[in-house]
Design a protein around this ligand. Structure first.
Ligand code: GLC
Length: 596
């Protein structure tokens, strides 16, 4: 078996710097706070951190609008604080990757200030400037954050293009100077010792050069209305596909792959850095070794609910589409989505469902990305006052609800809070102290702290309580570290007809692990076809013990049974919502079939 790279073995933990730990008491997270919490992360058992943007920014899109790529915003600290954070993380064997917002800058970036200053400015062509059509924008393209994708600049009477907010003008990646400047940014951070980058929205890097219109005839408002009115998951799927098709000319142009190749070549010159893209299309792996090492399995994250059949279908589809040499990457939450706990809750078994989801993340084949606060079961917080929205998207949705859809203020507030992203960005809950120990008492935090910190959803409380979510998480992370099969092992589905239980094997040469996750509130009786599993890797002809039946030799982890106990597999009884991981004795041991 080939040696695994560090990012194949690692569990990543995403930190949203504004919300992790406030070191100076101003209500906003910072590097001083994050550095102090590194011991906690080390004890938790993660291997790498992804930092969302911490660069100078007017914060129109919570930092994804960068006004200086090579500095730290004063509210988070200084470059020296950043260096200190990285070096202290490295001392604890924790790698650090940073967000690279590549498609657009802030409108306050000096490059844009120069570019907009005159048609003849040498940086004019660093952004996408076009003439209008008799008082109208150059074409009918939309910004995915609402409204036209073109903004008229009065000074020069031309329009600039922005796929996101008008405060986020798109860079012109067809200009080689832009490419050089952005690659210099990459060098700057690699020289400072970062271990890689999460590439923000690469699919939006290029748009149709001839500005052709979308074939979608309905307007953005109509498509949002259809999404709003969809009642079944089928209708929601169709409505969101229709909405996506509105942007078909503005995303996923083939040129993007050449940029990814360039980035990969550059990062490779520094050693073993990793690139993970905010995309789910396996084509971003290139030939498997020349573009991004990791792309996210977003279809799993976006599933309305997690059910065994969907997970099996998802895995079989994803794994079969990976080019040779590429590696899967799973996540169930980030700063743009609902928190795992809230997303998969049914109102009755929320805690059990959250544990199953997280167990799934840590047992599937591929690199897991976890989101801060998942480990203590943080939930979405729906704001109850529209003036408290910090995410532009929530503000826009609120206004649309009232002005376009005619919703009542209460309904508009609820929908905007649900569809916007403030809900999953609230401060980390460290203790039962005021402000959940995120900021000192008396500080006004940038988003409100979820009041459930006082009811057990906090780190300190859960460290002290046996059976807590945090304990569950730490135990699984420990197990993942100590069981090579959970990182390197192949993936093989068992009992594929089971509606409620997901059962699979993770196999390496000298270890076979059985994972069973029961998604139902009823006990299940499983007849696992391990005979079949054994036969997928034929025994050597000389092996006399080949026909011995398989047994689960040892429980390594279970929510319901004692570690170390045995479990028969012919008739395996699984408790409601049980998570079971057992080492299986499949005599004889033989070279496992690897899907690497
Ligand atoms: C990515 C980020 C999101 C941001 C957008 C524009 O999707 O994850 O938070 O709003 O890019 O930069």
């Amino acid at each position: 078996m080939r040696r695994l790279e560090w990012w194949q073995k690692a569990v990543f933990y995403q930190i949203y710097p504004r919300s992790f730990a406030d070191g100076n008491g101003d209500g906003v997270g910072d590097f001083a706070g994050m550095t102090r919490r590194l011991d906690y992360l080390q004890d938790l058992g993660i291997d790498a951190i992804w930092l969302s943007p911490f660069y100078p920014s007017p914060q129109c899109d919570c930092g994804y609008d960068v006004s200086n790529y090579t500095d730290v915003a004063p509210e988070y600290g200084t470059l020296s604080d950043f260096r200190d954070f990285v070096s202290q993380a490295h001392q604890r064997n924790i790698r650090v990757i940073i967000d690279f917002v590549i498609n657009h800058t802030s409108h306050e970036h000096p490059w844009f200030a120069e570019s907009r200053s005159g048609r003849g400015n040498p940086k004019r062509d660093w952004y996408i400037w076009k003439d209008g059509r008799g008082g109208a924008p150059p074409n009918g393209w939309f910004s995915c954050f609402g409204g036209p994708a073109w903004e008229l600049d009065r000074l020069t009477q031309q329009y600039y293009y922005h796929y996101f907010l008008k405060q986020q003008p798109d860079l012109n990646w067809r200009n080689p100077e832009v490419r050089r400047a952005m690659f210099d940014v990459v060098r700057f951070w690699l020289d400072l010792g970062v271990d890689g980058f999460r590439i923000d929205a690469p699919g939006t890097l290029f748009e149709d050069a001839d500005l052709r219109e979308s074939s979608q005839a309905r307007s953005q408002a109509e498509l949002y209305l259809a999404l709003h009115q969809a009642r079944t998951s089928e209708e929601r799927l169709r409505a969101s596909e229709a909405l996506e098709s509105l942007y078909e000319r503005q995303v996923e142009r083939p040129e993007v792959h050449e940029v990814m190749q360039g980035l990969r070549a550059l990062v490779d010159t520094y050693g073993d850095g990793v690139l993970v893209g905010e995309v789910d299309d396996p084509s971003y792996h290139g030939n498997g070794t020349d573009e991004l090492q990791l792309v996210f399995n977003f279809p799993l994250m976006r599933a309305e609910s997690l059910r065994p059949a969907q997970i099996r279908a998802n895995q079989s589809e994803r794994l079969s589409r990976l080019p040779p040499g590429a590696w899967p990457c799973n996540t169930l939450g980030n700063h743009d989505s609902s928190r795992v706990w809230s997303h998969f809750a049914d109102g009755r078994h929320d805690a059990e469902l959250a544990r199953l989801s997280l167990a799934l993340m840590l047992t599937l084949r591929g690199t897991p990305f976890l989101y801060y606060g998942e480990e203590i079961g943080m939930t979405d917080l729906l704001l109850t006052d529209a003036s408290g929205f910090r995410d532009y998207l929530s503000k826009w949705l609120y206004q649309q609800e009232i002005e376009v859809l005619g919703s009542s203020p209460a309904e508009a507030l609820r929908n905007a809070a649900m569809l916007g992203r403030d809900k999953c960005r609230t401060p980390m809950q460290w203790s039962t102290l005021a402000n959940a120990g995120f900021s000192p008492s008396g500080a006004r935090t940038w988003l409100p702290v979820n009041p459930n910190f006082a009811h057990g959803v906090n780190v300190e409380g859960q460290l002290a309580v046996s059976g807590s979510m945090l304990e569950f998480y730490r135990a699984l992370l420990r197990l993942r570290r100590s069981s090579y099969a959970l990182t390197a092992g192949s993936w093989q589905v068992l009992a594929a007809d089971q509606a409620d239980c997901l059962a699979f094997l993770r196999k390496v040469d000298d270890q076979d692990l059985l994972v069973v996750l029961n998604w139902s509130d009823r006990p299940q009786l499983l007849h696992l076809n391990l005979e079949g599993a054994r036969l997928t890797a034929p025994p050597r002809p000389s092996d006399a013990t080949a026909d011995r039946p398989a047994v689960a030799s040892r429980v390594l982890f279970s929510t319901h049974r004692q570690q170390g106990h045995g479990a028969g597999l012919d008739e395996l009884r699984i408790a409601p919502f049980e998570v079971l991981i057992a080492e299986v004795d499949l005599p004889p041991h033989r070279p496992a079939r690897q899907e690497e």
